[in-house]
Design a protein around this ligand. Structure first.
Ligand SMILES: *Cc1c(COP(=O)(O)O)cnc(C)c1O
Length: 377
């Protein structure tokens, strides 16, 4: 099946009992058993729920993995997956990893004994140099946030294979429609499904998908042991959101391209970070490993005052954290995702006080441009 067909027909089959096209929501915490010796497929919803399973299978299929698991948030998926490692283990992590992942790694997981070294993952040699005897995995994000840096996934996965370690990729920005890390040799894909997968800014959810069934079972064990599962009603909303993933991503991306062309002409815009621009340093690698540049971009404005005018002036784009919804969102990394970072360190990483990130929604791009234009001028 091609991707669009799989979105519609790839998950659970049509309900054999009544023929309903929409998967039923099984709001049951427990399931009655018929036999004393042989329990049925489901016993308790933390361990398995039919609505959750339909969603888990749908997402695993889209990412071409053997096992998919749905969690209560992206951070629940990420932290549960990192618990497959043991105290004393070490990870090599991209330096501009999602802020919540950075926090979990440097506080809770560090205290538990899982160590991480943060490296510039655009440089495969830098990743190789950070690998130690106790390193168990590479943890990557591409494009990264908010500077849209590109990591060569095939190169990183080949290096990991050679060392006998896993490659984990947070694929939130791209979704499996645009990029499938498991097909490039990586082992585990993670998602904040809160963003494009669900796509409607109304559910928090997360996913882990493993290529190898044995790795998948290790994560499933943690999912059941720690219990950060996604509830059946939210699973149903995400199943519904997923059906339109292809058409949403196509529209988001087409509008993003129109907006980038406009931004390029604006004297108030000093720099644009978008992997669809040929001058982006990761352009070639991104094109080789994905089907498009996506709909998240960052840009620097000419001054702090202009930045304030844009963020406080826009009426259509929400000035908010998050991304990937049908509504456009402008966010301000210096005060939002990277607020906890000291200003000097933030500047050193290139996250200036004039940097904004745009997640392009499904509004007409001409209206979005008119809105930004009137708040800039
Ligand atoms: C939002 C986000 C997360 C965290 O997901 P939640 O659903 O908010 O817990 C992780 N990684 C990336 C890249 C994100 O954008």
């Amino acid at each position: 099946m091609k991707f669009a067909t799989e979105l519609i027909h790839g998950g659970a089959p049509i309900d054999p009992e009544h023929g309903s096209l929409s998967h039923p929501i099984y709001l049951s915490s427990t399931f009655a058993q018929r036999s004393m010796e042989h329990f049925g497929r489901y016993d308790y919803s933390r361990s398995g729920n039919p609505t959750r399973e339909a969603l888990e299978e749908a997402v695993a299929g889209l990412e071409k993995g053997a096992v998919g698991l749905a969690f209560a948030s992206g951070m629940a998926a990420i932290s549960s997956t990192l618990l497959i490692f043991a105290p004393g283990d070490h990870l090599v992590v991209c330096e501009d990893v999602y802020g919540g992942t950075f926090r979990a790694l440097t506080t809770v997981l560090k205290g538990w004994g899982l160590n991480a070294t943060f490296v510039d993952a655009t440089d495969t040699a830098a990743i190789a140099a950070a690998i130690r005897p106790e390193t168990k995995a590479l943890y990557l994000e591409t494009p990264s946030n908010p500077l849209i840096k590109i990591t060569d996934l095939k190169g990183a996965a080949a290096l990991a294979k050679e060392k006998g370690i896993l490659t984990i990729v947070d694929n939130t920005f791209m979704t499996p429609y645009l990029q499938r890390p498991l097909e490039l040799g990586c082992d585990i894909v993670l998602h904040s499904g809160t963003k494009f997968l669900n796509g409607h800014s109304d559910v928090l959810c997360g996913f882990a998908v493993a290529k190898d069934p044995a790795v998948g079972q290790r994560i499933r064990f943690i999912q059941n042991a720690f219990g950060a599962v996604l509830g059946p009603q939210d699973c149903w909303l995400v199943l519904r959101g997923l059906k339109t993933l292809k058409v949403r991503m196509e529209e988001h991306q087409a509008s993003a391209k129109v907006i980038v062309s406009w931004l390029k002409e604006q004297k108030e815009v000093a720099k644009i970070y978008y992997p669809g621009l040929p001058e982006h340093p990761g352009y070639e690698i991104h094109n080789a490993q994905s089907a498009g540049p996506g709909a998240v971009l960052s840009f620097e404005l000419s001054s702090y005052e202009v930045t304030r005018k844009l963020l406080e002036g826009v009426k259509l784009s929400a000035f908010a954290v998050s991304l990937g919804g049908v509504e456009s969102i402008l966010s301000y990394p210096a005060k939002m995702s990277h607020a906890a970072m000291p200003p000097a360190e933030r500047e050193a990483r290139g996250i200036k006080d004039t940097l904004v990130r745009l997640s392009v929604g499904l509004e007409d791009p001409e209206d979005l441009i008119a809105d930004m234009e009137s708040s800039l001028r």
